[in-house]
Design a protein around this ligand. Structure first.
Ligand SMILES: Nc1ncnc2c1ncn2[C@@H]1O[C@H](COP(=O)(O)OP(=O)(O)O)[C@@H](O)[C@H]1O
Ligand SMILES: [Mg+2]
Length: 342
């Protein structure tokens, strides 16, 4: 492809055509095919599929020390820095290197509550099921005195642990929990969270109430991974404290008690070497070489504008794969500044 515009698949001409079959495969970080249930493919999507072949830059000494301090001290790691600094990916890097399994992810929005992170009890579904069962029983003309089941026995089937609740299940190795963009939360969430993270346990009142009527006091509930686990006495208590990564774009300050109990790591804006590493990890050495000037231009712009690494990856991928002609203009179109209304 040499002519500008030759890569366009949707042409805006109004005439239907079969061009969609010409669409090349997606960039690796947007490839959702071939996920397997255990890993959900997120390691490759976030860390890059080329990272094993490419020569990679190592995290800085301070970054390594703070991550290890959080691991040793069983404290949450609060990671701050501008968008695209690599805050969220850090959780995946640690989980991947230490073989800690799928990262439990809790994306925070302004209406997120502690309860949602811990568990969800679907009272309405249960009510419907009870009504349907009662209806069937009366239609069948069932009489009293048959095997009479405790109506509370099945409450566990309507409980699903959230990412935080799942991270606190007892396990030999710590789970990795990413509480992403905590600065988007409502004012109370950081403090609420602090209590649970201090205690490493929580109760599920719906189960605590009926625990003495359950076999061995245990109820089976669903986890955030979609598996079933037994919860005894309605309480979830961690054994290995999870590796908790709290991220923040710095949109607001956190209360002092939270800061005091976290290990704080500030990720600086990635430099040329680090950006080149990201590009190599996702797109390979050749693409990184070809995109070198775009990286330099990106860095130049990032001194005065808020732009993100993801935009740079998009620009290098698209200009490399689809549109070598007019690439600088296209790159500038894709890397739009995020810090002022357009
Ligand atoms: N260690 C890494 N290896 C490869 N790519 C990375 C790494 N860290 C970050 N990236 C890439 O950089 C981009 C921004 O990272 P992200 O973690 O989303 O930043 P943040 O959460 O700080 O906004 C993502 O596209 C991600 O894939
Ligand atoms: Mg992020």
């Amino acid at each position: 492809m040499t002519e500008p515009g030759e890569w366009l698949i949707y042409r805006g001409a109004g005439e239907p055509h079969g061009g969609i079959t010409q669409l090349p495969p997606p960039p690796p970080w947007r490839d959702f095919a071939g996920r397997d249930a255990s890993s959900d493919g997120s390691a490759d999507r976030r860390l890059g599929g080329y990272r094993h072949e490419a020569e990679l830059h190592r995290p800085g000494a301070e970054e390594l020390e703070m991550i290890n301090a959080a691991l040793y001290l069983r404290r949450p790691l609060l990671v701050t820095g501008s968008p695209g600094a690599g805050k969220s990916t850090l959780a995946h890097s640690v989980a991947h290197e230490l073989g800690l399994g799928r990262v439990l992810r809790w994306p925070i929005v302004s209406r997120s509550t502690l309860l949602e992170g811990l568990y969800h009890y679907d009272a309405i579904a249960r009510l419907q099921d009870v009504q349907i069962a009662a209806h069937r029983a009366s239609a069948d003309g069932a009489t009293e005195g048959g095997e009479h089941q405790d109506p509370s026995a099945d409450i566990g089937s309507y409980i699903r642990l959230g990412p935080l609740g799942t991270a606190l299940l007892p396990s030999e190795q710590p789970r990795v929990l990413l509480i992403d963009e905590l600065d988007k939360s409502d004012i109370d969430l950081p403090n609420d969270l602090l209590n649970v993270l201090e205690e490493g346990e929580f109760g599920i009142p719906e189960l605590e109430r009926i625990a003495d009527r359950l076999p061995d006091g245990e109820a089976e509930v669903l986890t955030d991974d979609g598996t079933k686990v037994k919860v005894k006495g309605g309480r979830v208590q961690c054994r290995a404290f999870p590796f908790v990564v709290l991220t923040s774009n710095g949109e607001r300050d956190f209360p002092a008690p939270l800061m005091r109990r976290c290990i704080h790591l500030e990720l600086g804006r990635p430099d040329h070497q680090r950006l080149a590493t990201f590009v190599r990890a996702h797109l390979g050495d050749e693409a990184a070489r070809a995109g070198n000037d775009l990286i330099a231009h990106f860095l130049e712009r990032s001194r005065s504008e808020l732009i993100s690494t993801d935009q740079l990856l998009n620009a290098i991928y698209l200009t490399d794969t689809a549109a070598p002609a007019g690439r600088d203009r296209l790159a500038d179109l894709l890397i739009q500044r995020l810090d002022r209304p357009r």
